[in-house]
Design a protein around this ligand. Structure first.
Ligand code: PMP
Length: 427
C-alpha cells in the first residue's frame, strides 16, 4: 500500500505540474458537508447593488468572508496542508506543528484546518496587527508570538522567525541546509524538517516527500504562504473556476489586492486562460511597491525622491495587502496583471462606510480597497461590463483599527463619504 500511495502522490503532483484542466467543482450546499473543511470554498458571488447601479457595470464580489475561518485564506490553508500531506511533509494526526508568519488571516485559517486534521500551529505575527486576530488565534489553540515589525532582511522579521522556529522544532535540531544536501546523507528517524521554499526542483520535492512519507514522527512544517505555490494553486483550481462558472464566462475584469499574490496570480491566470481579454487589475494600498512594479517595472516610483520613506515601508490602515518585495506567488501573476490602481486609506475607509450605509455590507479593509479599484476600472471600461473582485474578510476582523473611528482620528484619516461620491462621479 505504501507504493500505491507513492504512485498516487506522484500522479497528483504531475497533474498539477501539467496544469491539467482543473477538476470540476460542484456546489454541494444542499448536502451535509464533512466537517469544517467541507465548508471551505464554493462561496457565493454577490452583485454589489449600490456600486453596480452607480457605475452601470456589474460589480460582483466573491464572498470569501463566508468561509468558516472567516477569510479567503481558508482555501490556501487547506491546499497548503493537503499538498504537504501528499508530499509526505505532514502526516495527519501526528501532532506535527505547522509554523507560519502571517498578519493574521492565514494564521486563523491554518489553525482552523490544522485542528480539523490533528496538527498544532505556531503563528508569528507583527505586534501592530489588530488585537482581535490574536484573540481569535488563541481561541483556536494556536501558539502566538508577536514581534516588532521589521524588514524582510532582518532575521527577527515574522516570516523569517517562523521559518527558524519550524527548522528548530522536533526531537533533534537540524541545521538549516538545502533539502538536496539533506538528501545526500541518510537521515536518522525524527530529524526531518522540510521547507518548501528551499527545494530547488519539483523532483527533489517529490523524492523527499517519498522518503519522508516512510517516517511518522512529529515534525515542524513551515507553511510559507508567500513562496509556497500551493497558495497560487488554491486559487487556480478553486477561486478562478468558481468565478468562471458563476458568471457563465461573462466576466470582463478581475480586481484583487495582493498580500502574498496568490489570489491575483492564481485566479487571474485561470480567468485569462479561459478568456484572454479579461482585464486583471491590482488594487494596491499606499506604501506598497507592487503598484510601482506593475506601472514602472520596479518596486519604487522612479519619479520619487531618493530615500523616500514610502519605498521601504508599508504604512497603511489597510491590513493584509500591499508588500514591498516580489514573492514567488506574485511573480506568477506578473505576466497576466494588466494594470494597477493605487488606493489611499481615506478612499478605503470611505468605501467601507458607504457599503454599510447603502448595501448593509460590513467588510474588511482589503475588500474596501478592491472595490475602490473596481469603481475606477468601471469608468475606464464603460457601462455594461462585468467586474469581479474578492471580498476577503468581514469588518469584524478590524474593530481595533480600520473600523475604530477614534483610531482613525488619531491617525489623521478622515471618514468622509463624499470621497465615494467623487469616485463614482469619476472626479
Ligand atoms: N485580504 C486579506 C484580509 C488578507 O489577509 C490577505 C492575505 N494576506 C489578502 C487580502 C491578500 O491575498 P493574497 O495573499 O492572496 O495576495
Amino acid at each position: 500500500s505504501a507504493s500505491v500511495g507513492l504512485y498516487l502522490q506522484q500522479r497528483r503532483r504531475e497533474a498539477l505540474l501539467r496544469r491539467l484542466p482543473p477538476r470540476p467543482i460542484e456546489i454541494r450546499r444542499d448536502e451535509v458537508v464533512k466537517g469544517v473543511m467541507g465548508l471551505i470554498g464554493n462561496t457565493p458571488l454577490m452583485r454589489i447593488e449600490s456600486l453596480s447601479e452607480a457605475t452601470g457595470c456589474n460589480i460582483l464580489g466573491k464572498c470569501e468572508f463566508l468561509n468558516p475561518g472567516g477569510s479567503v485564506k481558508d482555501r490556501v490553508a487547506l491546499k497548503m496542508i493537503e499538498d504537504a500531506e501528499a508530499q509526505g511533509m505532514l502526516h495527519p494526526n501526528t501532532e506535527s506543528r505547522i509554523f507560519e508568519g502571517t498578519v493574521g488571516s492565514t494564521g486563523i485559517s491554518l489553525a482552523t484546518v490544522a485542528r480539523a486534521r490533528g496538527y498544532e500551529t505556531t503563528i508569528i505575527m507583527p505586534d501592530d496587527v489588530s488585537a482581535e486576530k490574536r484573540q481569535t488565534l488563541l481561541c483556536l489553540s494556536a501558539r502566538v508570538e508577536q514581534v516588532r515589525p521589521a524588514s524582510i532582511v532582518d532575521q527577527k522579521q515574522f516570516v523569517n522567525l517562523a521559518r527558524q522556529r519550524a527548522l528548530s522544532f522536533g526531537r533533534t535540531k537540524l541545521p538549516q541546509k538545502s533539502l538536496l544536501d539533506a538528501m545526500a546523507t541518510p537521515t536518522p528517524p525524527g530529524e526531518d524538517i522540510v521547507v518548501a521554499s528551499q527545494v530547488s526542483t519539483e523532483d527533489a520535492l517529490h523524492e523527499a516527500g517519498a522518503r519522508l512519507a516512510l517516517e511518522e514522527s512529529p515534525r515542524g512544517f513551515f507553511a510559507d504562504q508567500f513562496e509556497n505555490l500551493s497558495n497560487h494553486d488554491a486559487h487556480y483550481l478553486g477561486t478562478g473556476p468558481e468565478i468562471w462558472r458563476q458568471t457563465n464566462g461573462n466576466v470582463d475584469a478581475f480586481v484583487s489586492g495582493a498580500g502574498t499574490g496568490g489570489t491575483i496570480a492564481g485566479t487571474g491566470q485561470f480567468l485569462k486562460e479561459q478568456k484572454p481579454e479579461v482585464v486583471v487589475a491590482l488594487a494596491d494600498p499606499e506604501g506598497s511597491g507592487l503598484y510601482n512594479k506593475i506601472k514602472f517595472g520596479v518596486m519604487y516610483d522612479p519619479r520619487e525622491k531618493e530615500g523616500s520613506k514610502r519605498r521601504h515601508q508599508v504604512d497603511t490602515v489597510v491590513e493584509g495587502i500591499g508588500i514591498n518585495r516580489l514573492t514567488k506567488n506574485f511573480e506568477l501573476g506578473l505576466p497576466i496583471i494588466d494594470t494597477a490602481y493605487r488606493v489611499t486609506d481615506p478612499e478605503a475607509v470611505a468605501m467601507s462606510r458607504h457599503l454599510v450605509k447603502h448595501d448593509g455590507l460590513f467588510l474588511g479593509s482589503s475588500s474596501a480597497c478592491n472595490l475602490v479599484a473596481c469603481v475606477r476600472l468601471a469608468h475606464r471600461l464603460g457601462r455594461g461590463h462585468t467586474i469581479v473582485t474578492i471580498l476577503c474578510d468581514s469588518g469584524n476582523r478590524h474593530y481595533s483599527k480600520f473600523w475604530n473611528d477614534e483610531y482613525l482620528r488619531n491617525a489623521n484619516i478622515p471618514i468622509d463619504l463624499s470621497i465615494v461620491d467623487d469616485l463614482i462621479a469619476g472626479r
